[in-house]
Design a protein around this ligand. Structure first.
Ligand code: TRP
Length: 448
């Protein structure tokens, strides 16, 4: 077995983790979820979920990874709890399913970069989406996106992932900041900001049960929790890093990118439509934005910049999803990374084909991930950290940290009590929503 790699620097780890976190979730789903769930009201619930639920769970994955220096499956065995490897197995499986459809959406982004250059979506944004979102073009673009993902992962942790994210993450920031400044000059930008930032508090108090589960799910997804990606990344860490400090930096930067995305998306939408589009599923973001880019001054250039940012964000996330299974197979079998990453990439690409042929199937993959796999995995990880693993994990949090024992004690109790209760509730509502969608339940039993 070859020697395990480690990040070359602390910044390298932080950028890789930020790259994993910042993705389609931040730039594609977040502004639209905010738009359809009461604007700034959703934002508040989301921020609470990110900092009070997501952040402690992230630290939980970090201590598992750094303590064990193993991939998500074998980490549990290395800590002395072999039977919990099944939780890591669930993570590997979930990362597979997630990457399968994530890559298809990544393929859409590629098609929209092409469309910005050729002007393909200028005439009829809806028709363009129809052509590229499902069918042979979607399959081909999905294959290209997977190939890019595989190429980076195959190069290794430092030469592939670390080097790529060191370039991509700063580029995302610079481009997105530039776009936000540019679109602030559009007519209608003011209305866009007003919509984005004024809370419709009625939505929250009226439909808490409808808002909290998506906000919590979004918090887990955007922080790349549950599927062992952060376990894998932190397993390449040295002991002298402060996990709470690194984790805070990652969470804050990830949140800033999501907020910044809103400052790009809302002025663009309000410049043309004068309002936000009705939520119409996965494609709304693409059709609504492409429609606006076709009409505003300089729209194609803004569109090109926007879709390039989206591609960089998607790629720096997809590599972490592939790393979960790649590190497992490579650690376990001692196979070289290159054939491992290629083999797994081909497998994921095949699993994704049904979602590239039918956006309805893609919606199903997405719903199963958000409503079931994500909360379930996070619940198991929290229970493991809080109740199963012994003191070694709380002690691990203190290593290299200046936050002190008080912090790790509060953290441990928080993860024992508050987090399982919060996720348990989210999971029940999520399963209920899946059953209602599948027609098994005629109507929700708990809350409306
Ligand atoms: N966080 C990414 C996003 O917001 C998606 C992602 C990457 C992810 N790795 C993950 C989600 C691991 C869950 C688990 O787009």
């Amino acid at each position: 077995m070859s020697e395990r790699e480690t990040w070359t620097s602390r910044v390298g780890f932080i950028l890789a983790a930020v790259g994993s976190a910042v993705g389609l979730g931040n730039i594609w789903s977040f502004p639209f979820q905010t738009a359809t769930n009461g604007g700034a009201a959703f934002l508040v619930v989301y921020l609470v979920a990110v900092f009070l639920i997501g952040f402690p769970v992230m630290l939980g994955e970090f201590v598992i990874g750094r303590r064990s220096e193993r991939n998500a499956v074998e980490a549990f065995r290395a800590l002395g709890f072999g039977e919990w490897s099944i939780v890591g197995g669930l993570g590997v499986l979930s990362s597979f399913v997630t990457l399968a459809f994530y890559s298809v959406v990544g393929g859409w982004v590629l098609s929209y970069i092409v469309g910005s250059v050729t002007g393909g979506y200028l005439g009829d944004a809806g028709a363009y989406f129809g052509t590229v979102s499902a069918g042979p073009i979607a399959v081909a673009a999905h294959a290209v996106f997977m190939a890019l993902t595989v190429a980076i992962v195959a190069l290794g942790v430092t030469d592939g992932i670390e080097r790529a994210t060191k370039l991509m993450v700063p580029a995302i920031f610079v481009l997105m900041g530039g776009l936000a400044v540019w679109v602030s000059t559009l007519d209608g930008a003011g209305e866009g900001y007003a919509y984005y930032l004024s809370p419709d508090v009625g939505v929250i108090t009226g439909d808490l049960a409808g808002i909290v589960p998506p906000a919590v799910g979004q918090a887990f997804f955007t922080l790349s929790l549950g599927f062992g990606a952060m376990i894998a990344y932190s397993s390449y860490l040295g002991r002298d890093d402060s996990l709470p400090a690194d984790g805070s930096a990652i969470v804050v930067v990830n949140t800033l990118v999501a907020l910044l995305a809103g400052f790009v998306v809302f002025p663009v939408l309000f410049a043309i439509e004068g309002s936000i589009p009705e939520s119409g599923g996965a494609g709304t973001a693409f059709t609504a934005l492409a429609g606006a880019f076709s009409q505003i001054p300089g729209g194609r250039a803004i569109g090109l910049g926007f879709f390039i940012v989206l591609l960089l964000a998607a790629l720096s996330s997809s590599i972490s999803l592939l790393e979960v299974s790649t590190s497992f197979v490579a650690d376990r079998t001692g196979y070289d990374r290159v054939p491992t990453a290629v083999g797994l990439g081909v497998l994921v690409a095949l699993v994704g084909i049904p979602t590239a042929l039918d956006t309805g199937v893609l919606g199903w993959y997405n719903d199963v991930v958000f409503n079931l796999l994500l909360p379930l995995s996070v619940l198991f990880i929290s229970l493991f950290v809080g109740w199963v693993a012994d003191d070694q994990l709380a002690a691990e949090l203190n290593l290299g940290s200046s936050f002190g024992n008080g912090f790790s004690t509060v953290w441990l109790w928080w993860i024992r009590i508050v987090i399982p209760v919060a996720i348990g509730g989210t999971l029940l509502l999520g399963i209920q929503s899946l059953l209602v969608k599948a027609g098994v339940l005629a109507a929700p039993i708990v809350l409306g």
